[in-house]
Design a protein around this ligand. Structure first.
Ligand code: FNR
Length: 375
């Protein structure tokens, strides 16, 4: 694990360790995958503008998010079915986040109960992500369980009115949980360790929702409520005592409407390109959203972050912090909890180095002056 020089190395290791259909479930996106490719490529447009001869002996990476200090502007975002990537699953991710001093968001589609995540990382800052399901009482029950587990930040994801078309999954015939069928036998032979773990662990199931085994799109469309509107957010606002973030914002007008409802934060995100394809690129959209609502609500960036330098760029362009998805899942697939720890160590070291090389004496010194987006 220590040989992995960056997150791209961990991705390659993950590709070797996990069966192809599991790796592709993480690595893939919707339809032609343009949203994802552009989100990553946008970071290549970043041109840093370093100052010299600044005292950067101290370059603290800590920031304040929703009124609380965290070690660096990184949030481990919600990902469904995390125990499929590695049997250590959500508890391992939560422990790695706790150790690194950053928040972890448990997904509605998680494979570990909120109480078990809290028990695994009692000193961590654990958040809960909600998909509003058709049965509203069930949604409220999830909120109650999250509250009982000490989770005080709710992230409502609003970009899944229907399942995106993940063509890699369709081509693999991926089911949740994966079934050992003729298609997967060859993969099983190539990845015996993963299959051994999978077949000898507790059966994989969603912790908060019912879901008969099947394809993820079918499960999603059966459970999620496509009729949700901003009025429902007001309902959630009144039902939830803690902080409220909305994830999946891609337009300035929506950002303004949500800020008017009084959410505590917005996550500029296209779901890692896994929903609608050919959408705006989060990094490029970010400064516009920050201009429109940044004085009223905290704005987070989500999508395409693969290094600490990416985090620095996003913060310079106005993000309070970045959510990361695939980056930590690559680490998890590559090597369980130590793999996630490696990802977080890399992000921290890369961010600290970037700050110093930029000539800023900490995250708070990052501003639009530090970067330019090349055309
Ligand atoms: C996700 N994402 C996601 N988002 C969410 O709100 N609830 C969920 O259950 C999931 N599940 C999920 C599974 C997997 C395998 C991936 C890769 C992603 C989206 C995730 O939170 C985030 O928006 C993206 O991963 C961000 O893009 P990057 O960091 O992966 O480029």
């Amino acid at each position: 694990m220590a040989d992995a020089a960056d997150i791209a190395d961990l991705r390659l290791l993950a590709r070797r360790r996990a069966p192809r259909m599991v790796f592709d479930y993480v690595d893939g996106a919707a339809e032609g995958e343009q949203s994802m490719a552009r989100a990553v490529a946008a970071f290549e447009r970043v041109e840093f503008r370093p100052r010299v001869l600044r005292d950067v002996a101290e370059a603290p990476t800590a920031v304040e998010v929703l009124g609380r200090r965290i070690a660096m502007p990184v949030v481990l975002g919600p990902t469904g079915f995390t125990r499929m990537m590695h049997r250590a699953g959500e508890p391992a991710v939560a422990r790695a986040a706790e150790r690194a001093g950053v928040p972890y968001v448990l997904s509605t589609m998680g494979t570990t109960a909120a109480s078990d995540v809290a028990a695994a990382a009692p000193g961590g800052w654990n958040w809960f992500q909600l998909y509003v399901v058709r049965d509203r009482a069930r949604s409220l029950e999830m909120l109650a369980r999250a509250t009982d587990a000490g989770m005080d930040v709710l992230v409502v994801t609003v970009d899944v009115p229907t399942a995106g078309a993940r063509l890699r999954d369709v081509r693999h015939g991926l089911t949740i949980p994966p079934a050992l069928r003729w298609r997967s036998v060859l993969q099983a032979a190539r990845h015996p360790a993963w299959w051994f773990d999978f077949l000898t662990s507790e059966p994989l199931r969603f912790a908060t929702v019912d879901g008969a085994p099947g394809d993820l799109a079918g499960i999603t469309n059966m459970m999620f409520d496509p009729s949700v509107t901003i009025a429902d957010l007001e309902w959630i606002r009144s039902a939830w005592q803690g902080r409220l973030l909305v994830k999946g914002v891609q337009r300035v007008d929506d950002a303004k409407d949500l800020a008017a409802v009084g959410v505590d934060g917005l996550v500029v995100s296209n779901h890692g390109g896994r929903q609608l394809d050919r959408t705006p690129t989060p990094l490029e959209l970010l400064p516009h959203v920050v201009d429109a609502v940044g004085d009223r609500t905290e704005v987070f960036l989500d999508g395409g972050v693969r290094s600490g330098a990416d985090v620095a760029a996003a913060v310079a362009l106005g993000a309070r912090a970045c959510f990361v998805g695939r980056a930590y899942l690559y680490g998890l697939m590559a090597g369980g909890e130590p793999g996630v720890r490696r990802v977080l160590d890399l992000l921290h070291a890369e961010l600290a180095r970037t700050l110093r090389l930029l000539g800023v004496d900490g995250v708070s010194g990052l501003g639009p002056d530090a970067v330019h987006l090349r055309r």
